[in-house]
Design a protein around this ligand. Sequence first.
Ligand code: ASP
Ligand code: MG
Length: 423
Amino acid sequence: MALFVHKYGGTSMGSTERIRNVAKRVAKWARAGHQVVVVPSAMSGETNRLLALAKDLAPARASAAFHREQDMLAATGEQASSALLAIALQAEGMEAVSYAGWQVPIRTDSSYTKARIESIDDKRVRADLDAGRVVIITGFQGIDDEGNITTLGRGGSDTSAVAVAAAMKADECLIYTDVDGVYTTDPRVVPQARRLKSVSFEEMLEMASLGSKVLQIRSVEFAGKYKVPMRVLSSFTPWDIDINEEAKSGTLITFEEDEQMEQAVVSGIAFNRDETKISVLGVPDKPGIAYQILGPVADANIEVDVIIQNISKDGRTDFSFTVNHNDHARTLELLREKVVPALGAQEVVGDTAICKVSIVGIGMRSHVGVAAKMFRVLSEEGINIQMISTSEIKTSVVIEDKYLELAVRALHKAFDLDQPAAA
Ligand code: ASP
Ligand code: MG
């Protein structure tokens, strides 16, 4: 007997028919003698629908009080899908019980709309499992110290699932989704993209943070911190496929690098269309400017990604960085109101027509010239690089967004990631 956490995404939970299928699949695992905890997302489209209603009624400048209500509202999506899944399991003849985050409880901090899980009490869940029940826990949500409902950020059910798996020391956390694993890049952009049988945790972490939408990044961080074995697999295979076959399908996130020895230098190409560029122009070049610009941005809880500072001319320099699309207007406003006057900079300009493309691979540690090859490929396509950022296992470039597809396809090919053509 093993303990598995199954997570089902919104598409997999998208209709009562699909929920029935999930129930049949879960029942198969439970009947094979395993303990199963299921963490579902809201039915597809539901979170968007709820958030749109809130936005419709909200004042232009959203307050913390608004964010509290937003979480209160958005959390209902998962409560509904969890109860529906429990009902479907009961209809399959299984004993099943669902819990909202606060009933477990899953404790988080109080940062509404992007709360972090602090602890999970597994007593109640453990007792149900020992009594032979399937337990369903709402994804995406928790409760803070004051008893307010919080949510973990879009896509947060992945993180709920891995956190539950970590807390319960599950044997594996299976992330069922509408794709059959992690690909070398998004197959919608590159049809020749290949599924990876396994990917190292570090690569997955980079890919998630660089814009691969398969997993929420916090879920990968959690998996790394608590060494939770995690697998991404399809929920669209027939529910009654052989359980042993299913258990080996998809993409396994591994912690052992030796398994990767044979792998290509670059394992994947990630991209992010959600980034935007902010440039502070004509900043007096003196110690402390990065702090004076980015300090207030950090204080406003805005995440900054790629940063560059140009060489100075006549004692002044330009300072650019990228932020998420959602934070673009707020960042511009903040800098114009507070930072520019205080610093004596000339102006702040924003550019939303950019994107970030990255190559990722632990093989980059032991091979030189990988970044140079990336730059060569892009230059051969006539693509101008605006910003560069590197780490041990990735190189990212910021380019004009109209070149995204071209760049990703060219890099995918140049780094030998295209699927072998059918004979
Ligand atoms: N329902 C939430 C969302 O749409 C959480 C999730 O699906 O993971 O973002
Ligand atoms: Mg998701």
